[in-house]
Design a protein around this ligand. Structure first.
Ligand SMILES: O=C(O)CCC(=O)C(=O)O
Length: 308
């Protein structure tokens, strides 16, 4: 694997991003066919340890709070990105960010949501039932959810066996019209798979894939982080405006990902200043994103005619 060479903007986070074009080609194919890819060892052990320590800091702060309420399933914090510098850093993670950008296929992207979800052991219920993502209204093409966002799930503890709270998904279900079929008396749809993982592994899945949390019959809490990315023409899910104090700590590209624009139509027709990720993206992947540029065929034809 090679580190990216041609970073144009001065973005220390982007200099760390690993761009392995062969691996990305395989990931694109799997993402298209099955709707997800697995990135083993996405987070080094030391980073997992720092994230776990950050979570315990947050837990202590919440437990000291006079208005705390007991949450039965465990911590559920969204957005989490603004709660600790460790979570902010994870927004451009060296081993997942190239896949995020390449699978979305564009530089005009944002962090749409960030969620810490703890699943305490329970013999009664699973924490999250079966669903696909993408909000209301369902934006579909012929009844199939249109692609506009993906999530990176990071697992912070080993999940070596079924029923420890792992992410479940139905491979290929992003291509279905409607939900996958449930066999009689089954609580899981046909083809449902538990994504067993080691601490630090990541799964990237697209919004149309049906997914749920497995039950957690183990004796340890499942801790996972879900970072959602999408095109900036869509709204963020769990923030309206990132606090200025958070943006002030961010690089230009981090600020793009957190919603900063410079010009009036910066989300819709971004200039270089609105989308500083562009130069890095083009240096890595060429001009694939330009296929989405707005055409001005009429204007050009008129100008050509006048010039003649
Ligand atoms: O808790 C889980 O693992 C499921 C998360 C989930 O369904 C989601 O982020 O949409």
């Amino acid at each position: 694997m090679e580190k990216s060479a041609n970073t144009i903007v001065d973005e220390p986070e982007l200099d760390e991003v690993i761009v392995d074009h062969e691996a990305l080609a395989r990931q694109m194919q799997m993402f298209d066919e099955l709707g997800y890819v697995v990135i083993p060892g996405a987070l080094p052990d030391a980073q997992v340890a720092r994230l776990l320590a950050a979570i315990e800091e947050i837990r202590e702060t919440l437990e000291r709070h006079p208005h705390r309420s007991k949450v039965e399933g465990g911590l559920n914090i969204r957005p989490v990105i603004d709660k600790h510098p460790e979570f902010l850093e994870l927004m451009i993670a060296p081993r997942t960010f190239a896949a995020v950008a390449r699978l979305l296929g564009h530089f005009n992207i944002q962090l749409q949501q960030s969620n810490l979800i703890e699943a305490h052991p329970s013999d009664k219920r699973r924490l999250t039932g079966w669903h696909s993502d993408g909000g209301i209204p369902f934006i579909g093409v012929n009844g199939v959810r249109a692609f506009g966002s993906l999530k990176v799930a990071y697992f912070l503890r080993d999940l070596p066996e079924p029923d420890m709270g792992a992410l479940m998904l139905v491979p290929g279900s992003h291509r279905l019209q409607g939900p996958p079929p449930f066999p009689p008396d089954s609580i899981d749809p046909a083809g449902a798979t538990q994504m067993l993982a080691k601490a630090g592994d990541a799964v990237i899945f697209q919004q149309g894939v049906w997914h749920a949390a497995a039950p957690n019959f183990s004796t340890q809490s499942r801790l996972a982080l879900y970072y959602g990315y999408s095109y900036r023409v869509l709204r963020p899910v769990d923030y309206q405006h990132m606090p200025d104090a958070v943006l002030a700590r961010c690089s230009l590209v981090q600020r793009q990902l957190l919603g900063e624009t410079i010009t009036h139509q910066g989300y819709y027709v971004p200039t270089e200043a609105d989308a500083p990720l562009r130069s890095w993206f083009s240096a890595q992947f060429g001009d694939i994103a330009d296929r989405g540029a707005l055409e001005r065929v009429g204007d050009v034809a008129l100008a050509d005619a006048r010039a003649r």
